[in-house]
Design a binder for this molecule. Structure first.
Ligand code: ZN
Length: 481
């Protein structure tokens, strides 16, 4: 068995050798002697840059044997759009007699260009804070992505600043510049709320806060320290100092003034009392005026009229009364040509406005102000030479009325036509006297706008605001008719 098996093995081996020999022979014949398409210099895949010009380059092809091969020009098909990234196929077709061969080539349009970083500004570039660089402008553009400035990353390393950017295809550009530490800009402190704050005695002072922004460190509001405090149980002026420094010790300081005021219900005998008085109202701005007065707990005096402009504000008159202001009488019609013709005409008008107030509030005011003031001369035009003001000033007192003129004219019915002008006229007139009766008109919007400034000035300068009472100090003009 063993011998037989060996013989068999030898036979198989010989047959295999013959087959192999024949195979090599046929292959050799095929490669060298059988005519066919023969191709050289051909890459199945090529890469070309984005936006470049693509020119198809056909492979070199011939037909024949290795010893005798005839060159063939091929024709190409397929489009390559270099303005769009991606893969394209170009097919080359070669014909020889009625034989044909096709070769496909993959053309890959790729973004292989690096972005460009342009930096304008002085070198070395400044940096500060958390190594934040500044004082230059940077633009990064890419042939494919366009403006990619937002993608630039900066890193400060000792005396160098490194700018890096990568486009969407992964092409990277790195630029280095010299850098230096420089920070001489102060943080900017911005008070929240007003820089002058008014707090009623025993009221609560609420810190409105402050923001601090630094060119280098960014938001450093949390580092602001506050010096000083407010004792709202003691009237007076308090100063709060807000301080902050940036990481390079540039310091900023701002101040806030807090006035703790006591607006006494009673006039101070040796102090300075301001009586705000408003004529010719109520009007569309009177409710707003009442809000301002309420905010500062200031009581005022309203010399009301009943003209067309006053219609529809009965609820405002009621509110004046409910909130503790003094409602006083000015005139029902405010028509000089009517009220100053006779004593009867005057009193008829006066009682008419008194009745109106009484019908709204249940209270009949006895404080009055003559239209035009007791010193007016316009009454001469209508009184037939009876010197009516001389008579009226006595007659009203005989009937129990008390009249008030004014010693501070805001001039809001004259040349002062803005809140600033009105408040300036009043504030400039306030001095160290005991009694200031201020004339304003609450039918003038800008005059109402001036009131808060006047009150704030007064409260922060030791004045007490009062409403006129029957026994308030008399402020009366010299009668001229
Ligand atoms: Zn008037």
């Amino acid at each position: 068995m063993v011998v037989n098996r060996r013989k068999l093995d030898k036979k198989v081996l010989r047959i295999l050798t013959i087959i192999l020999g024949l195979l090599i022979l046929f292959l050799g014949i095929y490669f060298f002697f059988i005519p066919r398409f023969r191709i050289h210099d051909f890459e199945k895949t090529i890469e070309i840059p984005y936006a470049s010009t693509f020119a198809a380059k056909a492979p070199t092809v011939c037909y024949g044997t290795i010893f005798n091969c005839e060159n063939i020009t091929g024709r190409e098909e397929g489009n390559v759009d270099t303005s769009k990234l991606g893969s394209y196929t170009v097919t080359y077709t070669f014909s020889y007699k009625n034989k044909e061969m096709k070769e496909e080539q993959e053309v890959v349009v790729k973004d292989i260009e690096k972005p460009v970083i342009e930096i304008t500004g002085e070198e070395p570039i400044n940096y500060c804070g958390n190594k934040k660089s500044y004082g230059y402008t940077i633009v990064a553009t890419d042939n494919y992505d366009g403006d990619i400035t937002a993608k630039v990353e900066t890193e400060v390393k000792q005396e160098k600043i490194i700018f890096k950017v990568e486009d969407s295809s992964g092409n990277k550009t790195v630029v280095e510049k010299q850098a230096q530490l420089k920070d001489d800009e102060k943080p900017v402190l911005t008070l929240q709320g007003d820089s002058n704050v008014f707090v009623p005695l025993n009221g609560i002072y609420e810190e409105a806060g402050i923001t601090a922004m630094d060119n280098c460190d960014g938001d450093i509001s949390g580092n602001v320290s506050i010096e000083g405090n407010v004792d709202s149980t003691k009237a007076g002026e308090y100063v709060l100092k807000y301080k902050v420094s940036d990481s390079n010790n540039n310091e900023s300081v701002v101040e806030r003034y807090v006035y703790v005021y006591q607006n006494s219900e009673y006039p101070s005998l040796d102090g300075k009392n301001v009586y705000l008085t408003f004529d010719d109202g109520p009007g569309k701005d009177t409710a707003r005026l009442l809000d301002i007065l309420k905010k500062y707990n200031v009581k005022a005096t309203f010399f009301v009229t009943n003209q067309n402009i006053n219609k529809g504000y009965d609820d405002v008159i009621k509110r004046m009364y409910d909130e503790g202001h003094t409602i006083a009488l000015h005139s029902n019609t405010h028509v000089y040509a009517q009220i100053y013709t006779s004593m009867d005409a005057y009193f008829n008008d006066l009682y008419a406005i008194q009745d109106k107030v009484k019908s709204i509030t249940g209270y009949a005011p006895m404080i009055i102000r003559f239209p035009g003031g007791s010193s007016n001369t316009i009454s001469r035009n209508y009184d037939n030479g009876t010197r009516i003001m001389s008579k009226l000033t006595k007659a009203v007192q005989a009937k129990g009325f008390r009249y008030f003129d004014w010693n501070v004219d805001s001039n809001d019915a004259g040349t002062a036509k803005s809140a600033g002008a009105v408040s300036a006229n009043v504030i400039n007139a306030l001095g160290n006297n005991n009694t200031y009766v201020v004339l304003q008109h609450d039918i003038k919007s800008y005059s109402v706008d001036a009131v808060e400034t006047i009150i704030q000035f007064g409260l922060s300068h030791g004045y007490t605001f009062q409403a006129l009472k029957m026994d308030s100090p008399r402020v009366e003009h010299r009668v001229n008719n």
